[in-house]
Design a protein around this ligand. Structure first.
Ligand SMILES: [Zn+2]
Length: 200
C-alpha cells in the first residue's frame, strides 16, 4: 500500500508527535500549518531550534536555565542566600517565580528517584546540594517536588540525609486547590489536606 503522505511530511509529523499531548491528528494539522508558513519564518524557527540548547544552558551552580552568562537565580544581591528550594525540573523555577512569594536560591536535581526506571540516589548528586548548604549557611531547604510516588520517595531520601545538618527541611503543602469545593475533591487530596491542616 502506498504511504499516506510524502516521506518528508511523514517525518515532520513523527517529530511533532513527540511533543506532549500531541496525537496523530494534531501532529498532521500542525505539519500542514507549517507548509503554509512563509519561508523566512520556517527558517527562523529552524535556527532557534538548532541552537536552543547552547543558547540557554543550565547554570553550572543551580541547574536553572540561563541566557546571560551569570545566572539571575544565583545573584546573591537579588536573592536570599539562607533558603534553598530544591526542584525536579528547570521549568519549575518559572512557576515558583511567578508567585513572587520566594526570594531564596534554587537547586535543580533534574530527576526524581525512581529505581524501576533506573534513577537511583547517586543521580540526585546529594554532595552538590550539601556543598551549597555549607557555602551559603542555608537554614531552610524547601523540597518542591510533585505529589507523586517519585516526589515522595525523593523528599524522604533528601530529608533523611539533610536533617542531620543544622537546618529546617520543609516540603510544599498539599491540600485543597484555591477556589475548590470539598464535594469535588478526591479522597487522596482530602486526606493530605486533613494531615496538613493548619491552626486557624
Ligand atoms: Zn544559577
Amino acid at each position: 500500500m502506498a504511504q499516506k503522505y510524502p516521506t518528508e511530511l511523514i517525518s515532520l509529523i513523527a517529530y511533532l508527535k513527540k511533543l506532549p499531548g500531541v496525537g496523530s491528528r494534531t501532529a498532521e494539522r500542525f505539519a500542514f500549518e507549517f507548509l503554509k508558513w512563509p519561508h523566512d519564518q520556517l527558517s527562523a524557527l529552524g535556527t532557534i531550534l538548532e541552537g536552543i540548547q547552547e543558547k540557554i544552558p543550565p547554570c553550572k551552580t543551580c541547574g536553572c536555565l540561563t541566557d546571560a552568562g551569570e545566572c539571575r537565580f544565583c545573584n546573591l544581591i537579588l536573592r536570599d542566600p539562607l533558603q534553598l528550594c530544591v526542584i525536579a525540573s528547570s521549568r519549575d523555577v518559572f512557576a515558583i517565580e511567578e508567585t513572587a512569594s520566594y526570594k531564596g536560591l534554587y537547586h535543580v536535581v533534574e530527576h526524581l528517584l525512581s529505581p524501576l526506571d533506573g534513577r537511583h540516589a547517586q543521580h540526585l548528586r546529594l554532595d552538590r546540594i550539601e556543598e551549597r548548604i555549607d557555602q551559603h549557611k542555608i537554614n531552610e531547604v524547601i523540597l518542591a517536588f510533585d505529589s507523586t510516588l517519585e516526589g515522595d520517595t525523593t523528599a524522604l531520601y533528601l530529608k533523611s540525609h539533610l536533617q542531620k545538618k543544622n537546618l529546617t527541611v520543609s516540603r510544599l503543602a498539599f491540600g485543597l486547590p484555591v477556589g475548590s469545593s470539598l464535594e469535588y475533591i478526591d479522597s487522596g487530596t482530602l486526606t493530605r489536606s486533613l494531615k496538613g491542616r493548619q491552626t486557624f
